[in-house]
Structures are given as structure tokens and as C-alpha cells.
Design a protein around this ligand. Structure first.
Ligand code: FAD
Length: 392
């Protein structure tokens, strides 16, 4: 295997190209737009830059945000101080940086749309907007709107979320996350370099209805949105049952990033998983396993062990989190109240935000801390006054 074609040059495709070209393979990357402002918050968590320090150690413009405010109707607000900041990029800048790294590593970058891929022997023929190209292997990194039907995740409507919003003039130091009743998603206000990105994502709800919810929210907050640039895109959000047969690799190809459905169904985080899956795909391809079938197996298995199992758990939790009830109120509202009143609970939520708290051990940690969190709640509500003071 010498010539690898990378279909798509977002974070997943660009990072796979860099890894494979650095190892000496002949890599050709095709993207119809190359670096562009893909609709995205552009937020990278601690988990991402801790594992891939180049994501923070660079001269590309970025913002560091150390405060997140969570809110829900009837529950007020809770301020979360982030010990490890969220790093926010413009996607144009982030994509450009990653593509430049791939090019420096030796990948050939081409601005072209891949129209069709077809098998020729054990390899591929690619038909692109600028001609044809042969390849021995394909990495599918065409994102959530992957137009190539036979490769990558088969995304059905219940495996996606709509995500849309506005870029509005303005600035603030914090990120806002707002939950709404019966919404399997949330509203965000992200400060970017030079503007705010205000958006909403939601599952099982038409985009038009999400847009109405967002515009109502912005009007209530006194944020003018008329005339602002509007964006919308798809966000993979695989149902729990869809993870089992998720099509991440097949004869002659591996899918990475959004094209493989690799987004956290609870938070919508996809950038880390795009880069991580590209890394795992490249390692599997470069592994000293003789047969291609063995490399595909290695990719599927490491992906599952590394994080896909966690994302599947996230899918199981998502519905209960967004629309479930706890102590006679919405779970999201209770989370806001607990975060505000209990330092112990707040630390757990902070770890979730940073990607340090896996879903697999979340339940145990919550149960372990339940007494303490309830005690914190009681104290902050003034129950301490009911406890007789010790006479000294
Ligand atoms: C509104 C919104 C907000 C988000 N906010 C965040 C966030 O703050 N943090 C986070 O971690 N994640 C966020 N995400 C998720 C994140 O954007 C994605 O997970 C991430 O972009 C996935 O990277 P990728 O390389 O797999 O796909 P993409 O970034 O979508 O890249 C795919 C590339 O393929 C190219 N392409 C597609 N088809 C073809 C073709 N046929 N031929 C050639 N090129 C093609 C496209 O031009 C594109 O450049 C958000 C998503 C949305 C929609």
C-alpha cells in the first residue's frame, strides 16, 4: 500500500494526511473548499490539547475561555470556573493550520470535489472535479454530509442533530450554555475572535422549530439577530443502537471524524474525535500487520476501546439528561442548581467539560458524592441555621 487518497480536508482528513505522509506514504488529499469557516463553535477541550499539544502551542489566533455559565428556565444560572480553559478557534484558521501541517509533512493537497469512487482490483479509481486519480486505499473524511453512499456511517435521521445559529457582532469573556424544556440539545453563546457565535443544536426536532427557539431566546436576551450571518449544518448524534453496526471501515477504506459519526451525543464535541480517529486510523494503516483485513480490524477495535464505547454510553445518557426528570424537575435544571450550590458537584461538571470525567464512571462518582452534594445544597439553602451551634 503506497498511495493513500484522503477524501475531505477538515481536521480528520488533514491530520490523517499529516500522519501518513510523515511515515513516508504517498498521500493525496482532496477537499472541495480546503480551509473554510465550517459552521462550528471551534471549541477544543483540555482532553484535545493535552493529548495533542500542537493544538495549543502554535501562533494561530485563538481565544482561551475560563468561565462557562449554565442556565435553564426556573433554575437560574451557575457559573463554572474552568481550571483548564476551552480554546476557541475560527474554523478557517484551524483548518488552514492543519492543512499546512499536512502539506509540510509531504501530503499533496488538491482543491477538488470527489464525485465518485469505484473499486479497481484491490485499489480505487477516484473521479474528481479536476480529473481522475488512482489510489491503493481511501480515508473517508468527508464530514457529516458525506455524499459517498457506500463508505462511512450510514446516517439515518435519528442519528443526527440539526445545528444552526448566527454570527453576531459582540464580545464576552464567558461561554453560555442554556437548556430548554423538551429540547434534546442546548443553546450556546461562544465568544470567537471578533464576534459571537450563538447557536442551537437539537435532535428529533425540525430545523425551523429550532430556529424559532433560538430567535426567541436571542430576543429575550436583547441580542439583535436580524441581518446577522446565519449558519446551519448537521451534527452526527448516533442513537445508542446505531453504534453497534457503525460502518467505520470496509474493504479498502476507513472513515474518520464526522463521516464515521464520531461526535459526543451529549456535548456535540467532534473536533477531538476527528483528530483522534485520524490518529488511530493512521496507526492501524501503518501497523506491521500483513493483511489489509487485519488493519481494518485493528482500527475498529482500537476505536471502540479508545473512545467509541464511551460515545455509545453518551448516547444512552443523552435523552435521559436532556428531557429526563429528577426530584420533580428537569434533570438539566437540577444540574444547574446543583452546580451553583455544591462545590463537589461543580467539580464533577467541570471535569465533564474538560473531558476528564468518562461517562463510564460518572454514575459511580455521582453516587459517591451524592450525600456531600446534597449536604452542600442544604448548607447553601440556609439549613445550617437550623443546626444548633456548638457553645464554646
Ligand atoms: C454548529 C456546530 C458547532 C460545533 N461546535 C463544535 C465545538 O465547539 N467543538 C467541537 O469539538 N466540535 C464542534 N462541532 C463538531 C465539529 O464541527 C465536527 O465534529 C468536526 O468538524 C469534524 O471534522 P471532520 O474533519 O470529520 O469533518 P469536517 O470538518 O466537516 O470536514 C469535512 C471536509 O470534507 C470536505 N468534503 C466533503 N465532501 C467532499 C467531497 N465529496 N469531495 C471533497 N471534499 C469534500 C468538506 O469541504 C470539509 O472540508 C460543531 C458542529 C456544528 C455543526
Amino acid at each position: 500500500m503506497k498511495r493513500v487518497a484522503i477524501l475531505g480536508g477538515g481536521p480528520a482528513g488533514a491530520f490523517a494526511a499529516e500522519q501518513l505522509a510523515s511515515a513516508g506514504l504517498q498521500v493525496q488529499l482532496f477537499d472541495e473548499k480546503l480551509a473554510w469557516e465550517k459552521p462550528c463553535g471551534g471549541g477544543l477541550t483540555y482532553k484535545a490539547y493535552h493529548q495533542y499539544p500542537f493544538l495549543i502551542d502554535n501562533s494561530t489566533p485563538k481565544r482561551f475561555v475560563t468561565e462557562t455559565v449554565l442556565s435553564a428556565p426556573g433554575a437560574g444560572e451557575a457559573c463554572l470556573k474552568l481550571d483548564d480553559p476551552l480554546v476557541i478557534y475560527s474554523r478557517l484558521d484551524l483548518n488552514r493550520m492543519l492543512l499546512e501541517r499536512a502539506e509540510r509533512a509531504g501530503a499533496q493537497i488538491e482543491k477538488a470535489r470527489v464525485r465518485e469512487i469505484s473499486r479497481r482490483g484491490s485499489g480505487w479509481d477516484l473521479r474528481t472535479s479536476s480529473g481522475t486519480a488512482p489510489a491503493d486505499f481511501c480515508i473517508v473524511a468527508t464530514g457529516a454530509r458525506n455524499p459517498l453512499r457506500d463508505v462511512g456511517t450510514e446516517m439515518r435521521p435519528h442519528d443526527t442533530m440539526s445545528a444552526l445559529g448566527y454570527y453576531v457582532p459582540g464580545d464576552q469573556d464567558r461561554i453560555d450554555i442554556h437548556f430548554l424544556p423538551r429540547l434534546e440539545g442546548y443553546i450556546w453563546i461562544f465568544p470567537r475572535c471578533g464576534h459571537l457565535s450563538i447557536g442551537i443544536c437539537g435532535k428529533n426536532e425540525p430545523a425551523a422549530s429550532l430556529r424559532q427557539r433560538l430567535e426567541r431566546f436571542m430576543t429575550e436576551r436583547g441580542i439583535a439577530w436580524k441581518g446577522s450571518a446565519f449558519y446551519s449544518h448537521l451534527l452526527p448524534s448516533l442513537d445508542a443502537g446505531s453504534w453497534h453496526n457503525n460502518r467505520v471501515a470496509g474493504e479498502g477504506w476507513m472513515a474518520v471524524g464526522d463521516a464515521a459519526g464520531l461526535v459526543d451525543p451529549l456535548t456535540g464535541e467532534g473536533l477531538y474525535y476527528a483528530i483522534r480517529s485520524a490518529d488511530l486510523a493512521a496507526r492501524a494503516l501503518l501497523a506491521e500487520v500483513g493483511e489489509v483485513a487485519g488493519k481494518l480490524r485493528q482500527y475498529r477495535e482500537t476505536l471502540r476501546r479508545d473512545f467509541a464505547g464511551e460515545l455509545e454510553l453518551g448516547a444512552r445518557l443523552a435523552k435521559r439528561f436532556f428531557v429526563g426528570r429528577f426530584l420533580c424537575s428537569a434533570v438539566t435544571a437540577r444540574m444547574v442548581q446543583f452546580t451553583r450550590r455544591s462545590p463537589r458537584f461543580s467539580t464533577i461538571v467541570q471535569d465533564l467539560f474538560a473531558g476528564r470525567q468518562p461517562y463510564s464512571s460518572l454514575k459511580c462518582r455521582l453516587l459517591r458524592n451524592l450525600n456531600g452534594s446534597l449536604y452542600d445544597m442544604g448548607m447553601s439553602l440556609g439549613f445550617s441555621r437550623l443546626v444548633p451551634r456548638k457553645v464554646t
